[in-house]
Design a protein around this ligand. Sequence first.
Ligand code: ADP
Ligand code: MG
Length: 257
Amino acid sequence: MHIFAVANQKGGVGKTTTSVNLAAALAASGQRTLLVDLDPQGNATMGCGVDKRSLKSSVYQVLLQLATLEEARVTSPSGKFDVLPANRDLAGAEVELVDLDSREMRLKAALAAHKADYDFVLIDCPPSLSMLTLNGLCAAHGVIIPMQCEYYALEGLSDLVNTIKKVHANLNRELKIIGLLRVMYDPRNTLSTQVSAQLEEHFGDKVFKTLVPRNVRLAEAPSYGVPGVLFDKAAKGAQAYMAFAVEMIDRVNSWKD
Ligand code: ADP
Ligand code: MG
């Protein structure tokens, strides 16, 4: 089981879109996949077609050990993968976890019992470097960082990289950066291509080969509760996320050799 956190403390950079579409694309490629929504906004939950307002239990109860993962997980009605859903309850977890034992290891502990159930676990992190994100980073083997190729893209990246280094040093020796994923890419925009080239120069093979273009079909899909890769399979954005799933599967297989 490979566990990846999709993280970037900036909002609106494509974390949720990447989490939902990569999960659906991995599932469509035959991988047993679980998507963990760690954002109180519950956008990943809704984007998978799961109604966040009518959950019996959610990741919140799992983190507080009030429910097990079996009790809280649901199957996405639109894709063949499981979702550990989230809603606004999760906003309280931040405060409620503070006084509890091994508060940053709660998600890791919940997933440990399910090693045999999944090939891939993806964790959609909130836009902060909070206790929730820390739970994601402590549970993960690697981090996927979506970023837009814009002038300020690199600003804030060092905060994330430093946090990942600290977690690696103190809490999770397995954690590493898997790669930077360029999203909402516009090849006609000179700045976009320049920043993209700079990323390749500085980060080398830490930059994924797949480029996800700006594509309105990816933005429309969530309102139908269907991952973009299934909503319009022919769209450029959907094809990019299918290619990204293949790149991730290849990456993981290369570790076995
Ligand atoms: P985050 O989870 O980092 O806050 P989201 O995945 O929610 O970011 O994306 C922010 C907004 O950008 C959403 O409205 C989403 O639909 C849109 N979006 C994300 N990726 C793309 C893309 N490749 N093309 C067009 N719109 C996108
Ligand atoms: Mg999000």
